[in-house]
Design a protein around this ligand. Structure first.
Ligand code: SF4
Length: 338
């Protein structure tokens, strides 16, 4: 049985019409699920008994389960157990501009970024759309508050699960589902060139973040396997295409690794590389983990890097460190049970 949360409104309408029901039933179902938060078909009081029976025999309404919640001051980390027993994690962050959830898009990840704890677990499978959607719904229900923004930056490479991720984006953006504005949704990629182009063709007003992490192909290859598949020339050609299509500014994510990519020369090379693009750079202090040998850049080095970029006219910020005490920070998402 397919999970009902996998369906967009249009998909559900066309499915129901094919089965001989009125299109309007889809609106009623969406209203119960997303407005009233009622997940038991038997309680859909405005739906006929026979129709309820049909729904019960046709759709699964089960939820991914919250197996554990850990808290740090401005962060809650959720461990979810999926129907097949796999585990994924999501992080809720309390920003001064609202509540943001960082979701996982795959069980494990095949991209093999060498600094990433999440990627040490090879991909087991892609998440279905409902498993992504329910991370956001379950967290909203748990804290009984509306989630303001969603970032697809947890475990997995979102563009390696492209179709399900796009459907997920459409669902959370739907005013009748979670009504999260396009500009409050961010998808992050380590640089899957064909998918960046496909995403550009959709013309969505979603934020795109590119995990660059190094300013030359040589350095990038040292820390990211994807650099062996696509050169920076190809990645930036895709970025140009994306910007021509969408006119959107892109975030360049840059993780600060001690003596790997954090010299002043690296900053100057980076400034040169991005100078003709509408981007801003987000410097990410690295969260060390005991399983990976990379070390975090010293604060003085981050300051020097930041100031060098600034002086070169680059718009740059340093990301606030979230949840490193509970291993909820970037690159640390990984089920302890595994
Ligand atoms: S940084 Fe992202 S893309 Fe790279 S291995 Fe980790 S989860 Fe995968």
């Amino acid at each position: 049985m397919e999970n009902i949360f996998n369906f967009t409104k249009i998909e559900l309408e066309s499915f129901l019409v094919q089965k001989g029901y009125k299109k309007f039933l889809a609106s009623q179902i969406f209203n119960w699920l997303y407005e009233k938060k009622e997940y038991d078909f038997a309680k859909f009081t405005n739906v006929k008994k026979e129709t309820v029976e049909f729904l019960k025999n046709t759709f699964d309404t089960s939820f991914i389960e919250i197996a554990k919640v850990e808290e740090d001051k401005d962060v809650k980390k959720f461990l979810f157990s999926l129907k097949d027993g796999q585990k994924i994690e999501s992080v809720l962050m309390y920003h001064n501009y609202g509540l943001s959830v960082c979701i996982s898009s795959q069980v494990g990840c095949n991209m093999g970024c060498k600094f990433c704890e999440s990627g040490r677990l090879k991909k087991v499978r892609d998440l279905e759309t409902y498993e992504m959607l329910q991370q956001v719904i379950a967290i909203g229900n748990y804290i009984n508050q509306k989630i303001d923004s969603v970032v697809i930056m947890g475990i997995g490479e979102p563009f390696d699960n492209y179709d399900n991720v796009i459907k997920f984006i459409n669902l959370i953006n739907d005013p009748k589902v979670l009504a999260i504005g396009a500009r409050h949704i961010t998808v992050s990629t380590c640089g899957l060139v064909p998918k960046i182009k496909a995403f550009a063709d959709l013309g969505l007003q979603i934020n795109l973040a590119l995990s660059l992490h190094a300013p030359t192909d040589e350095k990038r290859k040292q820390i990211m396997n994807i650099a062996n598949a696509y050169s920076l020339k190809e990645v930036f050609a895709a970025l140009k295409y994306y910007q021509e299509k969408t006119k959107r500014r892109v975030t360049i994510e840059y993780i600060m690794l001690d003596k790997i990519n954090d010299t002043q020369d690296d900053a100057l090379t980076l400034a040169k590389l991005i100078k003709n693009y509408n981007v801003y750079v987000n410097l990410i202090p690295y969260n060390e983990t005991k399983n990976i040998e990379f070390k975090a850049s010293k604060q003085t080095q981050i300051d020097l890097f930041y100031n060098t970029l600034k002086k070169s006219g680059v718009d740059v910020t340093v990301r606030h460190k979230f949840g490193d005490k509970i291993s909820a920070a970037c690159g640390q998402l990984r089920s302890k049970e595994i």
